[in-house]
Design a protein around this ligand. Structure first.
Ligand code: NBG
Length: 893
């Protein structure tokens, strides 16, 4: 058994002792000869296929050497030991990295480059050690040194270079790319400060604190001062079309090795740091202008300073565009340089060796930058450059929220990237010229008043607006296709629609779940679908089963391995299906339940540690963890908890005996500038104070807001969940990925027919999922009608009355949150919380009923884990590789 996991089991056993809860250990000790107890990693022992073989004595001396020479320490403190082990593992990774890259250089395969402004990696140590198959060796080495993997695990800081699902998906993808032996790299930014740390103050407010993740050094990267590229900004374009940037910085590489699981392949994530071209202006210094002397440095530092704490609201910041261009330009230059080194002379065949996947709109300036590099730096003709560009790029859309589909003001683009703006105009002109015939036909076939553009222009006309010369139907029609558009909210301001630029400039465009990929075709890009129907694809998201099952839930994983008689499911998730018959085996169910109890106990102690609240592990653990957003509707969950509270309060002690006890766990960060989301966080925290301290309620209901939700917290929370909530307004959540993690960890799902929930339902059987709410195709009509919505459920009205009566304090502070869904003159309940509330409450009652039957509940839990192997990111990446990238595995022999 992997050491860290073994030790973690040990600690959850301790947490369990004395509570009278059955756990896997006790059940295992019963005589069950049909099962051989072994965990995932015990089966790994001696069979590592990744070529980095060391024994525990070597691991130990390696750790001591790092401690002495690198850390100049002899102290065996947890922090020092963590660093020493990490540096030692770093060396192993480096060996694997070098071999992989030497091999790939020799074979010269096609590479995929995953361009992403976010990589939410979390901790590295456990994952790296296990993927390398060295868990036993390092575990033993640590025990010899008086520590354990479990103890040092927590000393590592999370690398939180991402906001949420999009960034975590990128991290899962890198793990799968390496595991499938696909030649591929991630490219991104080495932010100095990652996602902020969330605290909750004594009044329940979210407080944001900087995330100093690089403070203790970073053993997981290789600094490459020799790999640097110049990136320019501002300046002018000369009459010859050449750009002379006014500001320049170096982009300098830091490589993070990405070990695949049970393979020799160790791929790479290259993160760029910005450095001043001139660190220090000596003449300014000599003249006494100290600030100017370091001015260049300050400007460069600003580029990589922070990750925008923002997932669905546009920060109209020039700096953000600067960041995007910075990493895209460096990544493209780097790739071209490597390509030319291997294939001197011509870039004509670049698309046969490189494909760039643009993760959402953040890297889509790549369309213009690749054109610029090919034309201005490498002398290609426009048409040739366009052919290469469009064959090398692909774009993934991750959201339908209009505010997150980036649109840059032409003026900002012109100022920061004047040559790119020129090219974008040219791309747009060529594009519009190419669709003109199509639009003419379309307009001719349609009464002009019915063209969408004509309709939009009448709809948006405000009273008293000056009449302008009307556009012809053709002009109106053409507007819909234009990459450069007028701002709908600010007359005269022209914007570059980056998603449109990406669609025109890519060979493939995909959504991230089946329903989402349909919605982007019908609602976001319909005009482009007319022109390139084949460009649009679906690639349903996935998650890596290494981190999100094998390593975070070792007991459940051990049980699965034992039942299936193999740990091959860690790499071939389709094998999980063979677990289904075990759902019918009562003895197996008992063990499954015991594992869940152990995980609940582990979470309960984490809750106590973080919030001080004590929760009963006999209660149902009900979890909603994700970024706080109105569309994700944590608010609806909160209101239903208020109703639950009111119901319990109104009961007699006798009646209360029949209540199914619940612990409602909510976690997530609210973007720092997101006013309503922050109010939702505070409401939940204030509710917790009232409800958790009410002796009428006791263990029947607890509500816990877990602060600073991140990858590492998720690894403790998800295995402990019994029910998890994915309750976005239908049509708004592109996919969701935590839903997949929960399902694989045996949590039931209550959800709307949205994102990947639908496919999870199809795989698991809708009879096992608790589905409620209106459907995506009803949303537009309901939004139209919501002005007149009066059909408030009495449970809703009563719950809101408690807020406005001050049961949770600060009536004034919550007033506009209340109004946002209740008063159509103030808010407009855009996410249809009121519409869905009644069916949500009915679904909640159904859950209580279901939970009473623990045998059936456990049966379903096993079915969830058995049914959702489809959501392995290995499957997703295999599809990308075959259907978009044309990249083939290149494993070392
Ligand atoms: C998010 C979606 C999620 C989806 C992830 C990964 C953004 C912009 N989008 O539903 O909201 O699961 O992307 O695809 O963060």
């Amino acid at each position: 058994m992997l050491q860290g996991q073994h030790q973690r089991l040990g600690s959850s056993k301790q947490a369990l002792s004395g509570q009278g809860v059955a756990h896997a250990g006790t059940i295992r000790s019963r005589n069950r000869p049909s099962f051989k107890v072994s965990s995932v990693l015990e089966m790994n022992r001696g069979k590592t296929t990744n070529g980095v073989k060391i024994d525990s004595a070597v691991a130990e001396s390696d750790v001591l050497r790092e401690l002495h020479y690198r850390l100049a320490s002899s102290a065996l403190s947890t922090d020092k030991l963590y660093s020493a082990v990490a540096w030692s593992v770093h060396n192993r990774l480096l060996d694997a990295w070098e071999k992989t890259h030497a091999y790939w250089k020799e074979k010269d395969p096609k590479f995929v480059y995953y361009l992403s402004a976010e990589f939410l990696m979390g901790r590295t140590l456990t994952n790296a050690v296990n993927n390398l198959g060295l868990g036993n060796e390092y575990g033993q080495a640590l025990r010899n040194l008086g520590s354990t993997m479990e103890q040092i695990h927590d000393a590592e800081l999370d690398a939180a270079l991402g906001n949420g699902g999009l960034g975590r998906l990128a991290a899962c993808f890198l793990d799968s790319i390496a595991t499938l032996d696909l030649p591929g790299w991630g490219y991104g930014i080495r932010y100095k400060y990652g996602m902020f740390k969330q605290g909750i103050d004594s009044d329940g407010y979210q407080v944001e604190k900087p995330d100093y993740w690089l403070n203790n050094g970073n053993p997981w990267e290789i600094h490459r001062p020799e790999i640097r590229f110049p990136v320019g900004f501002y300046g002018k374009v000369g009459p010859d079309g050449k750009w002379s940037p006014e500001e320049k910085v170096w982009a300098e590489a830091h490589d993070v090795p990405i070990p695949g699981y049970k393979t020799k392949t160790c791929s790479n994530m290259r993160l760029w740091n910005a450095l001043p071209v001139e660190e220090f202006d000596l003449s300014a210094f000599n003249e006494g202008d100290y600030v100017k002397a370091v001015g260049e440095k300050r400007k460069a530092d600003a580029i990589c300073a922070v990750l925008y704490p923002n997932d669905a609201t546009e920060e109209g910041k020039e700096l953000r565009l600067k960041q995007q261009f910075f990493f895209v330009s460096a990544s493209l230059q780097d790739t071209i340089a490597r390509y030319l080194e291997a294939h001197p002379g011509s870039l004509d065949k670049l698309p046969e060796k490189a494909v760039f996947q643009m993760n959402d709109t953040h890297p889509t300036i790549a369309v213009a930058e690749l054109m610029r590099l090919l034309i201005d730096e490498h002398g290609l003709a426009y048409d040739k450059a366009w052919d290469i560009t469009t064959r090398s790029l692909a774009y993934t859309n991750h959201t339908v929220m209009p505010e997150a589909l980036e649109k840059w003001p032409v003026l900002v683009m012109e100022k920061l990237l004047p040559r790119h703006m020129q090219l974008i105009k040219q791309i747009n002109d060529e594009w519009l010229a190419s669709v003109k015939g199509h639009v003419e036909k379309k307009v001719a076939a349609m009464p002009s008043a019915l063209t969408p553009a004509a309709k939009a222009s009448t709809d948006s006309k405000k009273e008293g607006e000056k009449e302008e010369a009307p556009l012809s139907p053709l002009e109106l029609g053409m507007k819909e296709y234009s990459i450069i558009q007028e701002n709908q909210w600010e007359k005269g301001q022209m914007l570059v629609n980056m998603a449109y630029l990406a669609v025109v400039g890519s060979s493939a465009v995909n959504g991230v779940a089946a329903i989402h990929s349909e919605i982007i075709k019908t609602d976001i890009f319909p005009q482009f679908v007319e022109i390139f129907p084949k460009k649009f694809q679906n690639k349903t998201n996935g998650v890596t089963l290494r981190r999100w099952l094998a390593y975070c839930n070792p007991e459940q994983s051990a049980l699965i391995t034992e039942a299936l008689g193999t740990d091959a499911w860690v790499k071939d998730a389709s094998l999980l299906a063979a677990l289904k018959p075990f759902a019918e085996d009562a003895a197996f169910r008992a063990r499954w339940r015991a594992v869940k109890q152990g995980n609940k106990a582990r979470l309960a102690s984490r809750i106590k540690e973080l919030t001080g609240y004590e929760v009963s592990t006999d209660a149902m653990f009900d979890v909603q963890v994700k970024r706080i957003h109105e569309y994700k509707r944590q608010y609806m969950n909160a209101i239903s908890i208020i109703h639950r509270y009111a119901t319990i309060k109104a009961m007699s002690p006798e009646e209360r005996k029949s209540v199914v006890p619940r612990v409602c766990i909510i976690g997530g960060k609210a973007a720092s500038a997101y006013y309503m989301a922050k109010k939702i966080v505070r409401l939940i925290n204030q509710m917790a104070k009232t409800i958790n301290n009410d002796s009428d309620v006791g263990d029947l209901l607890k509500i816990v807001f877990l602060p600073n939700y991140n990858v590492s917290e998720a690894e403790v929370i998800i295995p402990a969940a019994e029910i998890s909530q994915h309750i976005s307004t239908a049509g708004t959540e592109a996919s969701g990925t935590s839903n997949m993690k929960f399902a694989l960890n045996g949590s039931l799902i209550i959800g709307t027919m949205d994102g990947a929930n639908i496919e999870i339902g199809e795989n698991t059987g809708f009879e096992n999922m608790i589905v409620f709410g209106v459907l995506a195709d009803q949303i537009n009509v309901l939004r139209e009608e919501r002005k007149d919505f009066k059909d408030y459920d009495p449970r809703w009205t009563a719950a809101f009355k408690m807020i406005t009566d001050g049961v949770f304090g600060d009536v004034e502070y919550f007033a506009d949150l209340v109004a946002s869904v209740n008063d159509m003159t103030k808010g407009n309940d855009w996410f249809l919380v009121a519409n869905d509330f009644a069916s949500y409450m009915d679904a909640q009652e159904k859950i209580d009923e279901m939970y009473r039957d623990q045998e059936e509940w456990t049966r379903k839990s096993i079915i969830y884990a058995a049914s959702n192997g489809f959501f392995s990111s290995d499957r997703t990446i295999d599809q990308y590789a075959k259907e978009i990238w044309g990249v083939k595995p290149c494993p070392q022999p």
